[in-house]
Design a protein around this ligand. Structure first.
Ligand SMILES: Cc1cc2nc3c(=O)[nH]c(=O)nc-3n(C[C@H](O)[C@H](O)[C@H](O)COP(=O)(O)OP(=O)(O)OC[C@H]3O[C@@H](n4cnc5c(N)ncnc54)[C@H](O)[C@@H]3O)c2cc1C
Length: 441
Protein backbone atom coordinates (compact mmCIF):
# COMPACT_ATOMS: atom_id res chain seq x y z
CA UNK A 1 0.00 0.00 0.00
CA UNK A 2 1.29 3.47 -0.82
CA UNK A 3 0.84 5.94 2.03
CA UNK A 4 1.39 9.67 2.01
CA UNK A 5 1.55 9.75 5.81
CA UNK A 6 4.81 9.10 7.69
CA UNK A 7 4.69 6.39 10.35
CA UNK A 8 3.70 7.84 13.76
CA UNK A 9 7.15 7.18 15.23
CA UNK A 10 8.87 9.08 12.45
CA UNK A 11 6.23 11.83 12.55
CA UNK A 12 7.29 12.42 16.18
CA UNK A 13 10.86 12.96 14.94
CA UNK A 14 9.64 15.38 12.28
CA UNK A 15 7.61 17.31 14.85
CA UNK A 16 10.58 17.48 17.22
CA UNK A 17 12.82 18.70 14.38
CA UNK A 18 10.36 21.39 13.29
CA UNK A 19 9.93 22.70 16.82
CA UNK A 20 13.70 22.60 17.48
CA UNK A 21 14.47 24.48 14.24
CA UNK A 22 11.84 27.13 14.94
CA UNK A 23 12.61 27.73 18.58
CA UNK A 24 16.41 27.21 18.66
CA UNK A 25 17.93 27.57 15.20
CA UNK A 26 15.93 30.33 13.54
CA UNK A 27 16.75 32.88 16.29
CA UNK A 28 20.44 31.99 15.80
CA UNK A 29 20.06 32.66 12.10
CA UNK A 30 18.71 36.11 12.83
CA UNK A 31 21.64 36.80 15.15
CA UNK A 32 24.10 35.71 12.46
CA UNK A 33 22.37 37.96 9.93
CA UNK A 34 22.62 40.90 12.31
CA UNK A 35 26.28 40.07 12.93
CA UNK A 36 27.07 40.07 9.22
CA UNK A 37 25.26 43.37 8.68
CA UNK A 38 27.08 44.92 11.63
CA UNK A 39 30.47 43.79 10.30
CA UNK A 40 29.67 45.22 6.86
CA UNK A 41 28.67 48.53 8.41
CA UNK A 42 31.96 48.58 10.38
CA UNK A 43 30.11 48.19 13.71
CA UNK A 44 31.18 45.83 16.52
CA UNK A 45 30.08 42.21 16.21
CA UNK A 46 26.97 41.07 18.05
CA UNK A 47 28.06 37.51 18.76
CA UNK A 48 30.62 36.24 21.26
CA UNK A 49 32.31 33.60 19.11
CA UNK A 50 33.53 31.31 21.91
CA UNK A 51 30.12 31.25 23.60
CA UNK A 52 28.45 30.74 20.21
CA UNK A 53 30.63 27.69 19.43
CA UNK A 54 29.90 26.18 22.85
CA UNK A 55 26.19 26.73 22.28
CA UNK A 56 26.35 25.01 18.87
CA UNK A 57 28.03 21.98 20.52
CA UNK A 58 25.20 21.78 23.06
CA UNK A 59 22.62 21.93 20.25
CA UNK A 60 24.49 19.18 18.38
CA UNK A 61 24.35 17.07 21.56
CA UNK A 62 20.57 17.46 21.68
CA UNK A 63 20.35 16.32 18.06
CA UNK A 64 22.57 13.31 18.80
CA UNK A 65 20.35 12.41 21.77
CA UNK A 66 17.40 12.29 19.37
CA UNK A 67 19.38 9.93 17.11
CA UNK A 68 19.27 12.48 14.29
CA UNK A 69 22.97 13.29 13.86
CA UNK A 70 24.34 12.69 10.34
CA UNK A 71 20.83 12.19 8.97
CA UNK A 72 21.98 11.21 5.49
CA UNK A 73 24.21 8.39 6.73
CA UNK A 74 23.59 4.72 7.43
CA UNK A 75 24.21 3.24 10.90
CA UNK A 76 27.59 1.86 9.73
CA UNK A 77 28.75 5.49 9.49
CA UNK A 78 27.12 6.71 12.67
CA UNK A 79 23.87 8.00 11.12
CA UNK A 80 20.28 6.86 11.70
CA UNK A 81 19.97 5.23 8.23
CA UNK A 82 16.69 6.94 7.44
CA UNK A 83 16.81 6.30 3.71
CA UNK A 84 16.12 8.99 1.13
CA UNK A 85 12.35 9.39 1.47
CA UNK A 86 12.53 10.19 5.17
CA UNK A 87 15.60 12.31 4.53
CA UNK A 88 13.46 14.32 2.08
CA UNK A 89 10.91 15.10 4.75
CA UNK A 90 13.66 16.07 7.18
CA UNK A 91 15.52 18.21 4.65
CA UNK A 92 12.34 20.14 3.85
CA UNK A 93 12.35 21.30 7.47
CA UNK A 94 16.12 21.77 7.84
CA UNK A 95 16.38 23.90 4.70
CA UNK A 96 14.29 26.59 6.37
CA UNK A 97 16.84 27.13 9.16
CA UNK A 98 20.28 28.16 7.89
CA UNK A 99 22.20 26.73 10.90
CA UNK A 100 20.54 23.31 10.61
CA UNK A 101 23.17 21.51 8.48
CA UNK A 102 25.86 22.34 11.05
CA UNK A 103 23.69 21.34 13.98
CA UNK A 104 22.43 18.11 12.37
CA UNK A 105 25.78 17.05 10.84
CA UNK A 106 24.55 17.38 7.25
CA UNK A 107 26.74 20.26 6.09
CA UNK A 108 27.92 20.19 2.47
CA UNK A 109 30.48 19.46 1.14
CA UNK A 110 31.59 17.59 4.30
CA UNK A 111 28.71 15.13 3.96
CA UNK A 112 29.68 13.99 0.46
CA UNK A 113 33.39 14.02 1.30
CA UNK A 114 32.81 11.84 4.36
CA UNK A 115 30.81 9.41 2.23
CA UNK A 116 33.63 9.22 -0.32
CA UNK A 117 36.22 8.44 2.34
CA UNK A 118 33.85 5.93 3.98
CA UNK A 119 33.34 4.07 0.70
CA UNK A 120 36.79 4.35 -0.87
CA UNK A 121 39.21 5.05 2.00
CA UNK A 122 41.69 2.59 3.49
CA UNK A 123 41.32 1.80 7.22
CA UNK A 124 44.22 4.17 7.85
CA UNK A 125 42.60 7.04 5.86
CA UNK A 126 39.31 6.51 7.66
CA UNK A 127 41.04 6.64 11.03
CA UNK A 128 42.84 9.86 10.18
CA UNK A 129 40.03 11.74 8.44
CA UNK A 130 36.60 10.18 8.73
CA UNK A 131 36.11 10.24 12.47
CA UNK A 132 37.03 13.93 12.93
CA UNK A 133 34.87 14.92 9.92
CA UNK A 134 31.94 13.03 11.42
CA UNK A 135 32.55 14.84 14.72
CA UNK A 136 32.48 18.20 12.92
CA UNK A 137 36.02 19.01 14.03
CA UNK A 138 36.88 20.85 10.81
CA UNK A 139 35.67 21.69 7.34
CA UNK A 140 36.63 19.86 4.15
CA UNK A 141 36.65 20.80 0.48
CA UNK A 142 35.95 19.05 -2.82
CA UNK A 143 38.29 20.40 -5.48
CA UNK A 144 37.28 19.34 -8.98
CA UNK A 145 36.11 22.22 -11.22
CA UNK A 146 38.89 24.03 -13.12
CA UNK A 147 39.01 27.66 -14.24
CA UNK A 148 38.68 26.71 -17.92
CA UNK A 149 36.36 23.69 -17.53
CA UNK A 150 33.53 22.65 -15.25
CA UNK A 151 30.83 20.69 -17.06
CA UNK A 152 33.22 18.72 -19.27
CA UNK A 153 35.61 16.49 -17.29
CA UNK A 154 37.28 15.54 -20.58
CA UNK A 155 38.85 19.01 -20.50
CA UNK A 156 40.35 18.83 -16.99
CA UNK A 157 44.09 19.57 -17.01
CA UNK A 158 45.22 19.18 -13.40
CA UNK A 159 47.70 16.30 -13.51
CA UNK A 160 49.05 13.89 -10.89
CA UNK A 161 51.98 11.57 -11.47
CA UNK A 162 54.27 9.33 -9.45
CA UNK A 163 57.83 10.33 -8.56
CA UNK A 164 59.36 7.54 -6.50
CA UNK A 165 57.21 7.01 -3.42
CA UNK A 166 55.32 10.23 -3.90
CA UNK A 167 52.46 11.66 -5.94
CA UNK A 168 52.94 15.11 -7.43
CA UNK A 169 49.93 17.31 -8.32
CA UNK A 170 50.16 20.27 -10.67
CA UNK A 171 47.24 22.42 -11.83
CA UNK A 172 44.51 24.89 -10.95
CA UNK A 173 41.06 24.46 -9.46
CA UNK A 174 38.17 26.90 -9.36
CA UNK A 175 35.19 27.34 -7.02
CA UNK A 176 36.62 24.85 -4.52
CA UNK A 177 34.18 25.76 -1.76
CA UNK A 178 35.75 26.31 1.70
CA UNK A 179 39.26 25.46 0.39
CA UNK A 180 40.79 28.19 2.54
CA UNK A 181 39.30 27.17 5.88
CA UNK A 182 39.22 23.41 5.21
CA UNK A 183 41.75 21.12 6.84
CA UNK A 184 41.41 18.56 4.04
CA UNK A 185 40.86 18.93 0.29
CA UNK A 186 39.84 16.07 -2.00
CA UNK A 187 41.47 16.88 -5.32
CA UNK A 188 40.53 15.31 -8.65
CA UNK A 189 43.51 14.97 -10.99
CA UNK A 190 44.24 13.26 -14.28
CA UNK A 191 46.53 10.29 -13.67
CA UNK A 192 46.27 8.56 -17.04
CA UNK A 193 45.48 11.00 -19.88
CA UNK A 194 45.45 8.23 -22.50
CA UNK A 195 42.87 6.03 -20.76
CA UNK A 196 39.17 6.12 -21.66
CA UNK A 197 37.53 9.11 -19.97
CA UNK A 198 35.87 7.08 -17.21
CA UNK A 199 39.23 5.84 -15.85
CA UNK A 200 41.37 8.88 -16.60
CA UNK A 201 41.27 10.60 -13.20
CA UNK A 202 41.97 9.79 -9.55
CA UNK A 203 41.19 11.47 -6.24
CA UNK A 204 43.73 12.56 -3.65
CA UNK A 205 43.51 13.49 0.01
CA UNK A 206 45.41 16.77 0.35
CA UNK A 207 45.91 18.27 3.82
CA UNK A 208 45.41 22.05 3.64
CA UNK A 209 48.89 22.79 5.03
CA UNK A 210 50.72 20.77 2.34
CA UNK A 211 53.54 22.90 0.83
CA UNK A 212 52.68 24.15 -2.68
CA UNK A 213 48.93 24.38 -2.05
CA UNK A 214 48.15 28.00 -2.79
CA UNK A 215 44.83 29.85 -2.44
CA UNK A 216 45.07 32.38 -5.27
CA UNK A 217 41.93 34.11 -3.90
CA UNK A 218 38.57 33.44 -2.34
CA UNK A 219 35.80 34.06 -4.84
CA UNK A 220 32.43 35.29 -3.58
CA UNK A 221 29.01 34.81 -5.13
CA UNK A 222 27.33 37.89 -6.60
CA UNK A 223 25.44 38.74 -3.41
CA UNK A 224 28.71 39.12 -1.50
CA UNK A 225 31.02 42.14 -1.64
CA UNK A 226 34.47 41.76 -3.18
CA UNK A 227 36.92 40.27 -0.74
CA UNK A 228 34.27 38.08 0.89
CA UNK A 229 33.60 34.57 -0.34
CA UNK A 230 34.15 30.90 0.30
CA UNK A 231 34.96 29.51 -3.13
CA UNK A 232 38.68 28.98 -3.52
CA UNK A 233 40.64 29.62 -6.67
CA UNK A 234 43.33 27.06 -5.82
CA UNK A 235 46.72 26.41 -7.38
CA UNK A 236 48.49 23.10 -6.84
CA UNK A 237 52.17 24.01 -7.36
CA UNK A 238 53.78 20.59 -7.71
CA UNK A 239 52.16 19.55 -4.45
CA UNK A 240 53.95 16.43 -3.15
CA UNK A 241 51.96 13.77 -1.33
CA UNK A 242 52.82 10.34 0.06
CA UNK A 243 51.72 7.31 -1.98
CA UNK A 244 48.87 6.62 0.43
CA UNK A 245 47.22 9.98 -0.38
CA UNK A 246 45.41 8.28 -3.26
CA UNK A 247 41.70 7.86 -2.38
CA UNK A 248 40.28 4.67 -3.88
CA UNK A 249 41.89 2.85 -6.79
CA UNK A 250 43.90 4.75 -9.38
CA UNK A 251 41.54 5.76 -12.21
CA UNK A 252 38.40 5.62 -10.05
CA UNK A 253 38.08 9.40 -9.70
CA UNK A 254 35.19 10.03 -12.07
CA UNK A 255 33.12 7.01 -11.01
CA UNK A 256 33.61 8.02 -7.36
CA UNK A 257 32.59 11.60 -8.09
CA UNK A 258 29.40 10.47 -9.86
CA UNK A 259 28.23 8.62 -6.76
CA UNK A 260 29.02 11.62 -4.60
CA UNK A 261 27.35 14.14 -6.88
CA UNK A 262 24.20 12.07 -7.47
CA UNK A 263 23.44 12.11 -3.73
CA UNK A 264 24.25 15.81 -3.51
CA UNK A 265 21.94 16.67 -6.41
CA UNK A 266 18.84 15.17 -4.88
CA UNK A 267 19.67 16.78 -1.54
CA UNK A 268 19.65 20.17 -3.31
CA UNK A 269 16.19 19.34 -4.68
CA UNK A 270 14.93 18.33 -1.21
CA UNK A 271 16.12 21.63 0.21
CA UNK A 272 14.57 23.55 -2.69
CA UNK A 273 11.17 22.14 -1.64
CA UNK A 274 11.62 23.58 1.86
CA UNK A 275 12.79 26.98 0.61
CA UNK A 276 9.95 27.30 -1.90
CA UNK A 277 7.45 26.28 0.78
CA UNK A 278 8.78 29.01 3.05
CA UNK A 279 8.32 31.60 0.28
CA UNK A 280 4.79 30.39 -0.40
CA UNK A 281 3.93 30.52 3.32
CA UNK A 282 5.13 34.12 3.43
CA UNK A 283 3.04 35.00 0.37
CA UNK A 284 -0.07 33.44 1.96
CA UNK A 285 0.26 35.41 5.19
CA UNK A 286 0.90 38.62 3.29
CA UNK A 287 -2.08 38.41 0.94
CA UNK A 288 -4.39 37.74 3.88
CA UNK A 289 -3.06 40.81 5.69
CA UNK A 290 -2.62 43.52 3.03
CA UNK A 291 -5.52 45.58 1.71
CA UNK A 292 -5.67 47.67 -1.40
CA UNK A 293 -8.50 49.20 -3.49
CA UNK A 294 -11.11 48.22 -0.94
CA UNK A 295 -10.28 44.55 -0.45
CA UNK A 296 -7.60 42.17 0.72
CA UNK A 297 -4.98 41.04 -1.79
CA UNK A 298 -6.29 37.51 -1.22
CA UNK A 299 -9.64 38.60 -2.73
CA UNK A 300 -8.07 39.62 -6.06
CA UNK A 301 -8.32 36.89 -8.64
CA UNK A 302 -4.89 37.51 -10.16
CA UNK A 303 -3.33 37.19 -6.72
CA UNK A 304 -5.31 33.98 -6.18
CA UNK A 305 -3.92 32.72 -9.48
CA UNK A 306 -0.41 33.44 -8.27
CA UNK A 307 -0.96 31.50 -5.02
CA UNK A 308 -2.59 28.61 -6.91
CA UNK A 309 0.22 28.44 -9.50
CA UNK A 310 2.85 28.30 -6.77
CA UNK A 311 0.94 25.69 -4.79
CA UNK A 312 0.43 23.43 -7.83
CA UNK A 313 4.00 23.79 -9.08
CA UNK A 314 5.47 23.11 -5.67
CA UNK A 315 3.17 20.14 -5.00
CA UNK A 316 4.15 18.51 -8.31
CA UNK A 317 7.83 19.14 -7.68
CA UNK A 318 7.67 17.78 -4.14
CA UNK A 319 6.01 14.56 -5.29
CA UNK A 320 8.65 14.15 -7.97
CA UNK A 321 11.48 14.61 -5.47
CA UNK A 322 9.86 12.06 -3.14
CA UNK A 323 9.48 9.65 -6.05
CA UNK A 324 13.18 10.02 -6.97
CA UNK A 325 14.07 9.43 -3.31
CA UNK A 326 11.83 6.36 -3.17
CA UNK A 327 13.58 4.96 -6.27
CA UNK A 328 16.99 5.36 -4.61
CA UNK A 329 15.69 3.52 -1.54
CA UNK A 330 14.25 0.80 -3.76
CA UNK A 331 17.31 0.21 -5.95
CA UNK A 332 19.94 1.15 -3.37
CA UNK A 333 22.10 2.28 -6.28
CA UNK A 334 22.39 5.17 -8.69
CA UNK A 335 21.34 3.10 -11.70
CA UNK A 336 20.01 4.58 -14.96
CA UNK A 337 16.42 4.79 -13.81
CA UNK A 338 17.44 6.56 -10.62
CA UNK A 339 19.82 8.91 -12.44
CA UNK A 340 17.03 10.02 -14.78
CA UNK A 341 14.78 11.07 -11.91
CA UNK A 342 17.62 12.76 -10.02
CA UNK A 343 18.57 14.69 -13.16
CA UNK A 344 14.92 15.66 -13.69
CA UNK A 345 14.44 17.07 -10.19
CA UNK A 346 17.82 18.80 -10.42
CA UNK A 347 16.51 20.56 -13.56
CA UNK A 348 13.19 21.48 -11.90
CA UNK A 349 14.66 22.82 -8.65
CA UNK A 350 15.92 26.23 -9.87
CA UNK A 351 12.82 26.74 -12.06
CA UNK A 352 10.39 26.02 -9.20
CA UNK A 353 12.39 28.23 -6.86
CA UNK A 354 12.58 31.01 -9.43
CA UNK A 355 8.83 30.97 -10.02
CA UNK A 356 7.62 30.50 -6.43
CA UNK A 357 10.10 32.92 -4.84
CA UNK A 358 9.51 35.51 -7.55
CA UNK A 359 5.73 35.38 -7.10
CA UNK A 360 6.10 35.72 -3.32
CA UNK A 361 8.57 38.59 -3.69
CA UNK A 362 6.33 40.38 -6.19
CA UNK A 363 3.24 40.02 -4.00
CA UNK A 364 5.13 41.70 -1.13
CA UNK A 365 5.71 44.82 -3.27
CA UNK A 366 8.37 47.17 -1.90
CA UNK A 367 8.69 45.06 1.25
CA UNK A 368 9.63 42.10 -0.97
CA UNK A 369 12.29 44.20 -2.65
CA UNK A 370 13.71 45.31 0.70
CA UNK A 371 16.37 43.68 2.86
CA UNK A 372 13.86 43.40 5.73
CA UNK A 373 12.40 40.08 4.56
CA UNK A 374 14.36 37.02 3.39
CA UNK A 375 12.83 36.80 -0.08
CA UNK A 376 15.62 38.76 -1.79
CA UNK A 377 18.18 36.43 -0.21
CA UNK A 378 16.25 33.38 -1.45
CA UNK A 379 16.10 34.93 -4.92
CA UNK A 380 19.83 35.57 -5.03
CA UNK A 381 20.67 32.04 -3.98
CA UNK A 382 18.50 30.61 -6.74
CA UNK A 383 20.58 30.92 -9.96
CA UNK A 384 23.46 28.80 -8.71
CA UNK A 385 21.05 25.90 -8.17
CA UNK A 386 21.01 25.49 -11.94
CA UNK A 387 24.82 25.48 -12.14
CA UNK A 388 26.24 23.71 -9.10
CA UNK A 389 26.80 19.94 -9.53
CA UNK A 390 26.40 20.32 -13.29
CA UNK A 391 24.32 22.80 -15.30
CA UNK A 392 20.69 22.28 -16.23
CA UNK A 393 21.46 21.55 -19.89
CA UNK A 394 23.67 18.58 -19.00
CA UNK A 395 20.95 17.09 -16.78
CA UNK A 396 18.32 17.61 -19.48
CA UNK A 397 20.51 15.57 -21.81
CA UNK A 398 20.55 12.76 -19.22
CA UNK A 399 16.75 12.88 -18.90
CA UNK A 400 16.29 12.80 -22.67
CA UNK A 401 18.83 10.00 -23.23
CA UNK A 402 17.41 7.83 -20.46
CA UNK A 403 13.87 8.41 -21.75
CA UNK A 404 14.74 7.61 -25.36
CA UNK A 405 16.40 4.33 -24.32
CA UNK A 406 12.94 2.81 -23.93
CA UNK A 407 11.97 3.47 -27.56
CA UNK A 408 12.89 2.02 -30.95
CA UNK A 409 12.61 3.71 -34.35
CA UNK A 410 9.71 2.72 -36.60
CA UNK A 411 10.71 0.07 -39.14
CA UNK A 412 8.17 1.51 -41.58
CA UNK A 413 7.80 4.77 -43.55
CA UNK A 414 4.99 5.76 -41.17
CA UNK A 415 5.09 5.53 -37.38
CA UNK A 416 3.86 2.46 -35.50
CA UNK A 417 0.83 4.40 -34.26
CA UNK A 418 -0.23 5.59 -37.75
CA UNK A 419 -4.00 5.12 -37.80
CA UNK A 420 -4.41 3.47 -41.25
CA UNK A 421 -2.07 0.68 -40.15
CA UNK A 422 -3.79 0.37 -36.76
CA UNK A 423 -7.26 0.14 -38.33
CA UNK A 424 -6.04 -2.52 -40.81
CA UNK A 425 -4.58 -4.55 -37.92
CA UNK A 426 -7.78 -4.18 -35.88
CA UNK A 427 -9.89 -5.28 -38.87
CA UNK A 428 -7.73 -8.36 -39.34
CA UNK A 429 -7.91 -9.24 -35.64
CA UNK A 430 -11.69 -8.83 -35.34
CA UNK A 431 -12.71 -9.88 -38.86
CA UNK A 432 -15.45 -12.15 -37.44
CA UNK A 433 -17.06 -9.19 -35.67
CA UNK A 434 -17.42 -7.11 -38.82
CA UNK A 435 -20.88 -7.14 -40.34
CA UNK A 436 -19.94 -4.69 -43.08
CA UNK A 437 -16.61 -3.91 -44.63
CA UNK A 438 -15.60 -0.51 -43.20
CA UNK A 439 -13.91 1.96 -45.48
CA UNK A 440 -10.12 2.10 -45.38
CA UNK A 441 -8.67 5.24 -43.93
C1 LIG B 1 27.86 28.02 -5.38
C2 LIG B 1 28.75 27.06 -6.12
C3 LIG B 1 29.55 26.17 -5.40
C4 LIG B 1 30.39 25.30 -6.06
N1 LIG B 1 31.21 24.47 -5.33
C5 LIG B 1 32.09 23.66 -5.96
C6 LIG B 1 33.00 22.84 -5.21
O1 LIG B 1 32.99 22.84 -3.98
N2 LIG B 1 33.91 22.09 -5.88
C7 LIG B 1 33.96 22.07 -7.25
O2 LIG B 1 34.79 21.35 -7.79
N3 LIG B 1 33.12 22.84 -8.00
C8 LIG B 1 32.19 23.63 -7.39
N4 LIG B 1 31.34 24.44 -8.13
C9 LIG B 1 31.49 24.46 -9.58
C10 LIG B 1 30.37 23.76 -10.32
O3 LIG B 1 30.43 22.38 -10.17
C11 LIG B 1 30.49 24.22 -11.80
O4 LIG B 1 30.18 25.60 -11.80
C12 LIG B 1 29.58 23.48 -12.73
O5 LIG B 1 29.99 22.15 -12.91
C13 LIG B 1 29.55 24.17 -14.11
O6 LIG B 1 30.85 24.36 -14.60
P1 LIG B 1 31.32 25.82 -15.08
O7 LIG B 1 31.05 26.80 -14.00
O8 LIG B 1 32.72 25.69 -15.55
O9 LIG B 1 30.38 26.18 -16.28
P2 LIG B 1 30.62 25.79 -17.84
O10 LIG B 1 31.04 24.37 -17.95
O11 LIG B 1 31.48 26.84 -18.46
O12 LIG B 1 29.15 25.96 -18.34
C14 LIG B 1 28.59 27.27 -18.49
C15 LIG B 1 27.23 27.14 -19.13
O13 LIG B 1 27.35 26.55 -20.43
C16 LIG B 1 26.20 25.79 -20.71
N5 LIG B 1 26.58 24.38 -20.90
C17 LIG B 1 27.57 23.70 -20.29
N6 LIG B 1 27.60 22.41 -20.74
C18 LIG B 1 26.63 22.31 -21.66
C19 LIG B 1 26.15 21.24 -22.49
N7 LIG B 1 26.72 20.02 -22.45
N8 LIG B 1 25.11 21.48 -23.33
C20 LIG B 1 24.55 22.71 -23.39
N9 LIG B 1 24.96 23.75 -22.63
C21 LIG B 1 25.97 23.56 -21.77
C22 LIG B 1 25.28 25.93 -19.49
O14 LIG B 1 24.40 27.01 -19.70
C23 LIG B 1 26.26 26.25 -18.40
O15 LIG B 1 25.64 26.88 -17.27
C24 LIG B 1 30.46 25.30 -7.50
C25 LIG B 1 29.65 26.18 -8.21
C26 LIG B 1 28.79 27.05 -7.55
C27 LIG B 1 27.96 28.00 -8.35
Amino acid sequence: MISFEPEPEFQTKLDWTREFCESELMPLNYLLMADKQAARAGKPKVLDEAKFKRHIRSLQDQVKKQGLWGLHLGPELGGPGLGQVKLCLMNEILSQAGMAPTVFGTRAPDTGNAELIAHLGTPEQKKTWLEPIMNDEFRTCYSMTEPHAGSDPGMFRTRAWREGDEWVIEGEKWFSSYADEARLLICMAITNPDAPLISRASMFLVPRDTPGLEIVRNVGTFNEPWGEGDHGYVRYNRVRLPADALLGPEGAGFTGSQTRLSGGRIHHAMRAVGTAQKALDMACERVLSRETKGSLLSDKQMVQESIADSYIQLRQFRLHVLYAAWLIDKHKAYNREVRREIAAVKVSAPKVLMDVVYRALHIHGSLGASNEVELGQMWMNMPWMGIVDGPTEVHKVTVAQQTLRYFRPSDDLFPSYHLPKKVAEARAKYADLLEHEIGAL
